[in-house]
Structures are given as structure tokens and as C-alpha cells.
Design a protein around this ligand. Sequence first.
Ligand SMILES: Cc1cc2nc3c(=O)[nH]c(=O)nc-3n(C[C@H](O)[C@H](O)[C@H](O)COP(=O)(O)O)c2cc1C
Length: 155
Amino acid sequence: MNIGIIVYSQTGNTLSVAKKLEEKLSAAGHSATVKQVKVVGERKQGDRDFRLETLPDAGPYDALVFGSAVEAFSLSPVLTAYLKQIESLQGKKVACLVTQFFPYPWMGGNRAIRQMRKLCESKGATVCGSGVVNWAKWRCEKTTAAAVDRLSRLF
Ligand SMILES: Cc1cc2nc3c(=O)[nH]c(=O)nc-3n(C[C@H](O)[C@H](O)[C@H](O)COP(=O)(O)O)c2cc1C
């Protein structure tokens, strides 16, 4: 399968999980590519006043994984803006990934996933699964491995 992993990652956490997933999917025989959503200039943490600069094209892929940080118990406004401007995800299988600082998914991660799922479904995607990575020290390794494993099995 041709899988695009499209992430917004301000400090590199989500990107690092995306790269692990890319490796795992490639090792399983898929064509997997990480692409980053970027904003113009430096974005201050939490800033809602930004312009999207790099808009990866979701069109070429059979399946997609979208990834982002949790910000203020919600999906990052940058990935939200990116997903809103996508024309269609009709016929695409999609999985959702978020990383968050707090140790448990109910501390914002689950809500961000629900928001991402809704946006993807509104564009016609079939959302087949999700993963939340908790960056707090004692949970990071375990939740990264679990999310990468779960997401890689979806395709
Ligand atoms: C403005 C802002 C708000 C945040 N809000 C939350 C939050 O509500 N819950 C949480 O667990 N982590 C929160 N975080 C932490 C990030 O979700 C976490 O560090 C994430 O892994 C960063 O991903 P990135 O490096 O890919 O940008 C917030 C970070 C920022 C900058």
C-alpha cells in the first residue's frame, strides 16, 4: 500500500513517532513516506495566528496517517487548518496519531483524536484506527511502541 504519514510537529515529538511508523510500515512491505505540514516563519507556542506554508498533497496515497500534537486539550490548530483545506479524502483509509505531554489519553489526547476523526470523516475518509503517545518520561517509550505497533497493523 502507498501510505502517506502527514504530520505537524513543532518540537519534533510527533515527527519522531512518525519516522518510527514509517520504518515499520516500510519493513512490512508498504511504501511509506513522512511529509510535514509547516507554517510560515516561527510559530510561538500555542499561537493561533499563523499561515500554512507547506501543504502536503494527500492525493497520491491509498492510505494516510495524520499526526499532530495536542494543544490545550484539543487538536493543534495547525493540523486542524490543514485538514479543513483538504478537498477530499474520499475512498482513503485514514489513521490518526497524536502526541501529548500529559501521561494519559483522557488528558486531551482522546479529544484531539475525536476532532481529527470528525474532520477526516467530513472529507469522506474511512477512519480505521488511532494512537495516542504520552510524552511524560515514564510513559513515552511504552506508548510510542504501542502506537507504532497498533497503527502499523491497520494497513
Ligand atoms: C501551546 C501548547 C499546548 C499544549 N497543550 C497540551 C495539552 O492540553 N495536553 C497535553 O498533554 N500536552 C499539551 N502540550 C504538549 C504537547 O502536546 C506535546 O509536547 C507534544 O508531544 C508536542 O508535539 P510536537 O513536538 O510534535 O509538536 C501542549 C503544548 C503546547 C506548545
